[in-house]
Design a protein around this ligand. Structure first.
Ligand SMILES: *[C@@H]1O[C@H](CO)[C@@H](O)[C@H](O)[C@H]1NC(C)=O
Length: 244
């Protein structure tokens, strides 16, 4: 009898979790950031990795809103990291948990010193790589790996110097490596993200390949703008195109 009761209640919990997740995905799709956070934060003690990474994402999205104060933002960014960490603890094979853990560590970097930031860079890379291994079709993780490479390729010399003083093998990358990931992301899901198109153009510009830069920047410029970020991308693509 105990076993039956246990399995009934387990089934019930799974059913409820599935329902919350369905509702959460609906709110996420309609851009209802605050409602989404309020829904999910009620379940912050959940043991479910799928729910927890969504809560991490929602906390982070709320932190990014312009209506969020600086103090709230800081708090939310650290809160998001806690949830992502818990999601990973609950399920090491969940690709999204790895992805959001990496994104959230990257966010807290804004509040940490350079040493922590550089140390985190290794952790971030590792988790994006794991996310890609677990789900090679997830274009966002691949794109973010490209962004990681791009930002280390363009790291200014003085930061490189600090990194070299702090770490025996500081993180480094190249524009070629970044480009490889942006192309991989595009192959996994063509035209999925305006920023991937923009960064293909930017990486080609850095490598002095104007022809390819023109091609990708034009695509970024013509990408239909659905979000604030898309509009920013259009603007930057246009400026870069005018500078070629
Ligand atoms: C962990 O996540 C993987 C991939 O999403 C899934 O197949 C597996 O069932 C999950 N394990 C548990 C214990 O929930």
């Amino acid at each position: 009898l105990h076993t039956i009761c246990f399995s009934v209640s387990t089934t019930l919990i799974l059913f409820l979790v599935a329902e919350v997740i369905e509702q959460a995905d609906y709110l996420y799709g309609s851009g209802e950031t605050e409602k989404l956070y309020r829904l999910l934060v009620q379940h912050k003690n959940s043991e479910d990795a799928e729910l927890l990474w969504r809560l991490a994402r929602a906390s982070r999205d709320l932190a990014q809103l312009s209506s969020t104060s600086a103090e709230e933002k800081r708090q939310l960014v650290y809160e998001a990291l806690e949830y992502a960490k818990k999601a990973l603890e609950k399920n090491e094979s969940n690709f999204a948990a790895h992805k959001w853990y990496a994104i959230c560590i990257s966010d807290v970097g804004d509040y940490e010193g350079i040493k922590v930031k550089i140390a985190n860079a290794f952790v971030i890379k590792e988790h994006f790589q794991r996310a890609i291994e677990l789900n090679p079709k997830d274009a966002t993780s691949i794109h973010l790996m490209g962004i990681w490479c791009y930002s280390f390729a363009e790291m200014p010399w003085y930061q490189r110097k600090i990194a070299a003083m702090l770490f025996a093998t500081p993180p480094t990358s190249t524009y070629q490596e970044a480009l490889r990931y942006f192309h991989m992301a595009e192959e996994a899901d063509p035209n999925f993200y305006s920023k991937n198109l923009l960064f293909l153009g930017k990486a080609y510009l850095k490598l002095n390949n104007k022809k390819m830069a023109l091609l990708w920047l034009s695509k970024a410029k013509d990408y239909p703008a659905h979000t604030e970020e898309d509009k920013q991308v259009q603007k930057e693509a246009l400026e870069l195109l005018n500078s070629i």
